[in-house]
Design a protein around this ligand. Structure first.
Ligand code: CU
Length: 156
């Protein structure tokens, strides 16, 4: 093997290595981005609690988790799941890669515990969602009639 061949091979190898590294790091940097639709809150009965419902869509190939939520309306927002018609708090909720997390009546939801005021139909409530990987997302909840259901209203 002469010197020139050796140099050519070395150059080819280092190029391959560089490509592999950049491919790898862009993969690591692929942060999921969430889009939220149909966010609403049924008008609360009193200032004790309120539910928030929406669809959180993850268009990336990286699975993520909803960890918490904050809002000016309450200092205590919890993530609840519903099992056997009883709701219970969970620490996080999966948002699958190329999938969605549905927060809906009778199922998973965000719960405001203790409200600073009692919102009325037509009000908008700001809520910020925090994820394990994605950047926080600010969402406006439309306060709707108590019987409102997003599933029915989008069906037509
Ligand atoms: Cu609840």
């Amino acid at each position: 093997m002469n010197a020139r061949t050796t140099r050519t091979i070395a150059a080819a190898l280092s190029l391959t290595a560089a490509l592999a590294i950049s491919g790898c790091s862009s993969e690591d940097a692929a942060k999921p981005e969430m889009t939220v639709s149909g966010a609403f809150m049924p008008q609360p009965v009193n200032d004790k609690m309120a539910g928030a419902f929406m669809v959180i869509k993850n268009d990336s190939k990286t699975a993520d988790k909803l960890l918490s939520a904050t809002s000016p309306l309450s200092d205590d927002l919890q993530i609840h799941e519903t099992k056997d018609q009883k709701m219970q708090q969970v620490q996080s909720m999966d948002v699958p890669a190329n999938g969605e997390l549905k927060l809906e009546r009778g199922g998973n939801h965000i719960m405001f515990m203790g409200l600073k005021s009692t919102p009325k139909v037509g009000d908008k409530i700001t809520i910020e969602l925090r994820f394990e990987k994605a950047d926080p997302v600010k969402v406006e909840l439309d306060v709707k009639e108590r019987t409102y259901n997003a599933q029915n209203s989008t069906a037509h």
